[in-house]
Write a protein that binds this ligand. Structure first.
Ligand SMILES: *Cc1c(COP(=O)(O)O)cnc(C)c1O
Length: 416
């Protein structure tokens, strides 16, 4: 079936009109960068304006009155985030930014001790995650040369195999304290089996934490049943919450009332019923909310609330179905038209990836960068990762099948 026909039959087609699509030369861009910054829902401005209005008209009373009292603003995120992550509502919270959450959660869940002190990440991890891991090791007086395990793809391979991660976890054995892994790897687009890898970490007595920056809003997640110990994500990629908006975190229910957990505390994590009594001693809210430090920045969170309503309206299964179809179309068009010029480094099995395909241009870094610049000049928005990778992500909420077709035709042109 051709792309125009697929668009005509797409039950989610109308959702595109609920987003602002950036323009180029008087036309909609072909925007394939939702893995990096999701587009703005048209309803975002209204959600922000409602909070500005509450502030304007109610002042401090906005904490307790108005349409969505600020003291309870975080409550609106529990159900949609639980839905997207496959968690209980008490296991998720909207707070801080991603790297901050990784540090806060490692403060609780990375507790190295004699003999068991190693931290395992993937090689070519997103720099912030590696910086966080290395600085956590140093914070505990450990030498990253010894205590950081980085698992990379086998020589000549573009992505890691689950078996390689399993082998590395087993080899680390008793010395492993924590595996910190991505739900979907940002560069290769590879999706990992959270349940299987968590089980492997647990089998050697270690914990498993997950960075879901490229997974949430992209692939189905089932954090509770997968037994993940903790997870964190940002909300400006597939979640369309706006640049730098408030991130999220998951803490498994088995830690809900665990008194042995150390945590860095703030007043917003304190028992809600007594928070405003301003008692000197910290009594955490059971569940993920107990990790909150500060009262929520509602104006920054408002666009995310607008976007989460669109996810709920579109429905997770319809979104996932369309995502699979968009990415398979992208893969097929690339294979047919550019098979010899482009190597797809993302796994070929749909279950091992999300929306994104990462393309290595066989023309090499110099010609590749030129081709990428030509795509930009033609109104195609995707991204370039040094030295020679283009990442393309058709997202089901606002991309069309014809976007995929036009991208591949434009790339063929750009490489000519
Ligand atoms: C996008 C991304 C980040 C960004 O971190 P911030 O704290 O939101 O700036 C970190 N890690 C991964 C894996 C990412 O994909």
């Amino acid at each position: 079936m051709n792309a125009a026909r697929l668009d005509a039959l797409d039950p989610l087609a109308a959702f595109r009109d609920r987003f602002h699509i950036p323009r180029h030369d008087g036309e909609d861009c072909i925007y394939l960068c939702g893995n990096s910054l999701g587009l703005q829902p048209k309803s975002a401005a209204r959600y922000v304006e409602e909070e500005l209005e509450a502030w304007r008209e109610l002042g401090v009373e906005g904490h307790f009155g108005g349409r969505r009292p600020w003291k309870d603003y975080g409550d609106h995120f529990a159900a949609p985030l639980a839905q997207l992550t496959g968690a209980r509502e008490s296991e998720v919270v909207c707070m801080n930014s991603l790297t901050v959450n990784l540090h806060l959660l490692m403060a609780s869940f990375f507790r190295p001790r004699a003999g068991r002190y190693k931290l395992l990440i993937e090689r070519s991890a997103f720099p912030s995650d590696r910086y966080a891991a290395v600085s956590q090791l140093r914070f505990h007086g450990l030498d990253p040369e010894d205590a950081l395990i980085e698992v990379g793809p086998a020589p000549g391979e573009a992505h890691i195999r689950t078996e390689e991660l399993v082998a590395a976890i087993r080899a680390a054995g008793d010395s492993l304290a924590l595996a910190l892994l991505p739900g979907v790897q940002y560069l290769s687009g590879e999706a990992f089996d959270i349940g299987a890898l968590t089980e492997e970490a647990h089998a050697v007595g270690a914990l498993a934490g997950w960075d879901l920056a490229h997974a949430i809003g992209n692939v189905p997640l089932n954090l509770h049943d997968a037994n993940a110990d903790f997870a964190a994500w940002c909300s400006y990629k597939y979640l369309n919450g706006g640049p730098g908006t408030v991130a999220g975190a998951f803490v498994h229910a088995r830690y809900e009332d665990d008194p042995s957990l150390n945590r860095l505390a703030g007043w917003w994590g304190h028992d809600k019923a007594t928070r405003f009594r301003m008692d000197p001693d910290f009594v955490p809210i059971p569940g993920a909310e107990g990790w909150q430090l500060s009262n929520p920045p509602v104006i920054a969170m408002a666009p995310l609330l607008a976007s989460l309503e669109l996810f709920a309206a579109a429905g997770p299964s319809r979104l996932h179905e369309k995502s699979l179809a968009l990415t398979v179309l992208l893969e097929d068009c690339l294979d047919e038209q550019l098979g010899s010029a482009v190597e797809i480094i993302t796994p070929r099995e749909p279950a091992r990836r999300g929306a994104q395909l990462s393309l290595r241009l066989r023309a090499g870094p110099v010609a590749g960068r030129e081709a990428f610049a030509r795509l930009g000049a033609a109104g195609i928005v995707c991204d370039w990762r040094e030295p020679d990778v283009i990442r393309v992500a058709p997202v089901p909420l606002y991309n069309r099948y014809s976007d995929v077709e036009r991208f591949v035709a434009a790339l063929a042109d750009a490489l000519r």
